[in-house]
Write a protein that binds this ligand. Structure first.
Ligand code: PLP
Length: 384
């Protein structure tokens, strides 16, 4: 740290310069992120609650109420009005709390968790941290976990089954109804990671036709992760964890002897109320109709891009379920690198040898058209 401070003007000028090194979602070049520009109301709400600390909720009863209301909104959306939970630092912490609850409510000495091979990498961290043995279940030809495989993985040490509603790599939805029935039949905790899909699938018109339903309507679903800092257009960090049964809270409780409340239930101690206020504000402003419009725009653009990609003779890994598109050429890694050189941020997924893009609200039709033009030039002339 410097000995003498600088002027406010200097500090801000330098920050502005440094900010230029970062991407701006609004430029429409980021096609690899599940985060997006926060909704304008989220930015305002975030600023209003900058000093709020939900780690010490007795000091911030207003913020605490916003968290309860945001959780209630999510619970109602996911068909369990009385679900209990928190707005935490993201999908990773939400999944961690679910696995902790599953482990500690089971009292099994050598706990195992059945995780689809397509599940998010956060489960690798979590299994390490919680000393859980991951048992990997394979997927079918549509990249959905195979329920028969899951059944075969069950042992007397199984403490949880995980399913994903919107996988990070392909956006596919596991057969949650079938998994829920398996979990119920065996009395096993069933966690659904809907970090991505939780604020999309409820607004899709055709969810039931396509077996995308995933929420607490299925009695075997014990907990759900759903992230407001993804399609919820809140500020970062905002991940939601919801439990059907409030008895799970005992398993994730830590006593806090000198704070205004006598217990915490989240992994993070001091935690900002600002993204919670932002989450609450977006829900209030948009309502279900507003969210449905945002999701429908993203899905329309996803379809536009997927048709354009097929016209370029690139192979789609699978028809898009949500707002994630994955495609291949003969040399997909090189294709991703060439796109990057032209200023497009896309992912390369080694496991599936494909290029992956995610269509978030910051992408507009004009960005998609320019992307397809560049993709056509690169793929047509040098890659295919
Ligand atoms: N689960 C899924 C399905 C995800 O897509 C992600 C992030 O992309 C996560 C969990 C982890 O979320 P976070 O990065 O907010 O911790």
């Amino acid at each position: 740290m410097r000995v003498n401070g600088r002027s406010k003007k200097e500090v801000l000028a330098e920050l502005r310069r440094i900010r230029e090194e970062d991407v701006k979602y609004e430029d429409g070049r980021v096609l690899c992120s599940m985060c997006t520009t926060p909704h304008p109301i989220a930015k305002i709400a975030h600023r209003m609650f900058l000093s709020s600390n939900l780690g010490d909720p007795g000091l911030f009863p207003g913020s605490s109420r916003l968290e309860k209301e945001a959780v209630r909104n999510l619970g109602t959306l996911l068909n369990c009005q009385d679900a209990t939970g928190f707005i935490v630092s993201g999908g990773t912490e939400a999944n961690l709390l679910a696995m902790l609850a599953a482990r500690d409510t089971s009292k099994i000495a050598k706990p195992e968790v059945i995780i689809p091979e397509s599940a998010h990498f956060s489960f690798n961290k979590i299994c390490n941290l919680l000393n859980l043995k991951p048992i990997r279940a394979g997927c079918d030809s549509r990249f959905r976990v195979d329920p028969d495989e899951v059944k075969r993985c069950i042992t007397r040490n199984t403490v949880a089954i995980v399913g994903t509603a919107g996988t990070a790599e392909l956006g596919v939805v596991d057969p949650i109804k079938a998994l829920s029935e398996i979990a119920l039949a065996h009395g096993i905790f069933f966690h659904v990671d809907a970090a991505l899909g939780g604020l999309m699938i409820p607004f899709l018109e055709n969810a039931s036709e396509h077996d995308f339903e995933f929420d607490f309507r299925f009695k075997g679903v014990s907990s759900i992760t759903v992230d407001p800092h993804k399609m919820g257009m809140s500020t970062i960090p905002a991940g939601g964890i919801l439990f059907r049964d409030c008895r799970c809270l005992e398993a994730i409780k830590t006593n806090t002897p000198y704070l205004t409340d006598d217990a915490q239930y989240t992994f993070v101690g001091t935690r900002s109320g600002a993204p919670v206020a932002a989450t609450w504000a977006v829900f209030e402003l948009l309502g279900r109709e507003g969210f449905a419009e945002v999701v429908s725009r993203c899905m329309e653009l996803t379809r536009f891009l997927s048709e354009g990609i097929e016209l370029l003779d690139l192979e789609l890994v699978t028809k898009p379920t949500l707002n994630v598109l994955a495609f291949r050429s003969a040399r997909s890694k090189l294709l991703a690198e060439r796109l990057r050189k032209r200023g497009w941020f896309v992912s390369y997924v080694p496991r599936l040898d494909c290029v992956r893009i995610v269509v978030m609200p910051h992408l507009k039709r004009r960005h998609a058209e320019t992307f397809l033009r560049d993709l056509g030039e690169i793929a047509g002339h040098r890659i295919a």
